[in-house]
Ligand binder design. Structure first.
Ligand code: AMP
Ligand code: MG
Length: 495
């Protein structure tokens, strides 16, 4: 079927127009033999893009960044970043491009962004490319996170490029991810602008970036007496809520560098991420995270650290030149940070929901119940996700599946009776405790098959994880943790 080019397709070039000093105009490479591997039709519809057209030859050229729509100016974005704590002044999109911004069906501006589109001036010796496995991992995990209600960038499509790409001495099939986010502004973007400002003494680049962020994400901050302080507070709250949601679903991001932390509060840059199975706060999957800096249980503290770095970059805008007090900005930022209270509030209300407890149960009771549960979960290496589903069954009177997960049964029984006495609601538990998450062994199995050309396992996995709360026949293996012989799971980033 031949489909006429979508002449209505336009993109904006707002980032490029408003922040030209933070972007380099660039073109995507032309892949030798582009093939559509997966297309997210519901997301395409949300963006007002015609799925049939996206599947056509012109649609593929658009997705690969080779057919540039009216109004678009593709750019590589510049940003800095603290990588594992060390500051790198110039990172930027080494293998990514912002094609432009599109207005979605709800009137919101969304970035259309490519990953694996060829080396840019920020490639720092990298090949600028990507391969099928990691691009499909980002697709699967980000769509699972979206279905779990966690704010996240989304995946529109993965294309095979027809190019072979060398990774660790192996030639692997090349791929390109088309992703969508409410923006790709990062904490590291502010550090980049801060450096421009420090170098010249001119506050304009930093101010323009802050105004751009306010307009895109926190327009109410513009009405505040102190718009930049309001911006800081809004980002703290968004990130606190985000990390609380990660913790509640057992997600380990794996590389929480400041260049991977958004201003919008969406999850981006799915590299060495994975979901925890056996409950253990020290869970680390990334092969390069030797010291466990980004372990599951460290994520809230790392978010705080990253937000403190964000405050540093914003300080020149927070200070009131009229006050003459250089410490004032720091005091204001500390007050706005508020001890990261938002994190504790979101975590405990999410915990309350996971345990099916009503508002009548005091927060202290909820958190102390979980404190004790944590010890039991850790000691028995209990699978975090299936435990909460089994606990829902226990609220209906069927405690055996949950009891069967513990070594110290007497202590669990004691915990169980205290919890049951609080009258948990099984129905509401099943609405917040997923049955299907991207299980590490099934993700690996699906990515290995896809790399060899078989997309069926990826499609079936996507079917499971994009409807995570609804138990269905035929998806039993998607509800169980990895078999014991799967071993300790390692993920690799930047591939
Ligand atoms: P990430 O760990 O994916 O957040 O990437 C960190 C930095 O390395 C970013 O500046 C990326 O653009 C860059 N990068 C990662 N992989 C490549 C690659 N294959 N080629 C060029 N740049 C890359
Ligand atoms: Mg990154």
């Amino acid at each position: 079927m031949s489909v006429a080019p979508d002449k209505t397709l336009t993109l904006q070039d707002r980032f490029w127009r408003e922040l030209p000093e933070m972007a380099v105009r660039w073109q995507a490479e032309v892949p030798p033999d582009p093939q559509l591997l997966v297309l997210n039709e519901p997301l395409a519809a949300d963006l007002g893009l015609d799925a049939a057209w996206l599947r056509s030859a012109d649609g593929l050229r658009f997705l690969a960044g080779n057919l540039v729509p009216a109004g678009a100016v593709p750019v590589a974005q510049a940003y800095s970043g603290h990588q594992f704590g060390g500051f790198v002044p110039r990172l930027g999109d080494g293998r990514a491009l912002l094609l432009g911004e599109c207005v979605d069906r709800h009137g919101c501006l969304r970035d259309i962004h490519l990953k694996g589109s060829g080396p840019t001036p920020f490639a720092r010796g990298g090949d600028g490319l990507a391969v099928v496995g990691p691009m499909l991992r980002e697709y699967v995990v980000s769509e699972a996170m979206h279905a779990l209600g966690v704010p996240t960038g989304r995946a529109l499509a993965v294309l095979g490029t027809g190019r072979r790409v060398e990774r660790d001495g192996q030639l692997l099939p090349g791929a390109l991810l088309v992703r969508v986010a409410s923006s790709h502004l990062r904490v590291g973007s502010f550090h980049y602008a801060f450096q421009l400002t420090s170098a010249t003494g001119d506050l304009k680049p930093l101010r323009r970036l802050a105004n751009h962020a306010i307009a895109r994400h926190y327009p109410r901050a513009a009405e505040s007496q102190r718009p930049y302080l309001a911006l800081f507070k809004a980002v703290v709250e968004a990130q606190a809520s985000l990390v609380a949601r990660w913790m509640l679903v057992g997600f380990v991001h794996g590389v929480m560098n400041t260049d991977n932390m958004t201003i919008s509060g969406e999850t981006i840059d799915y590299g060495p991420c994975a979901f925890m199975e056996a409950y253990d706060r020290e869970t680390v999957f990334s092969s390069i995270d030797f010291w466990g800096r980004y372990a599951y249980g460290n994520q809230p503290a790392i978010a705080e650290w990253n937000l403190a770095r964000f405050a540093e970059a914003l300080l020149p805008l927070l200070a009131d030149p009229a006050s003459g007090d250089p410490d004032e900005a720091i005091t204001l930022a500390e007050q706005a940070f508020g001890g990261f209270q938002q994190y504790r509030a979101d975590w405990s209300s999410g915990l309350r929901a996971k345990l099916g407890l009503s508002e009548d149960v005091e927060t202290d009771v909820v958190t102390s119940l979980f404190d004790e549960l944590q010890l039991l979960l850790t000691e028995s290496r209990v699978d975090y996700t299936s435990f909460f589903r089994h606990l829902g069954q226990a609220a209906r009177g069927g405690a055996e599946p949950a009891r069967g997960m513990f070594v110290d049964l007497a202590r669990f029984d004691e915990w169980l009776s205290r919890w049951l006495a609080l009258g948990p609601d099984a129905e509401s538990m099943d609405r917040v405790n997923p049955i299907y998450i991207p299980r590490n062994h099934l993700v690996e199995e699906a990515l290995t098959a896809a790399t060899a050309g078989d997309l069926d396992p990826v499609n079936k996995l996507l079917e499971a994880v994009t409807d995570p709360y609804n138990e269905r026949a035929g998806f039993e293996r998607y509800a169980s943790p990895a078999p014991a012989d799967f071993g300790s799971y390692r993920t690799f980033c930047g591939t």
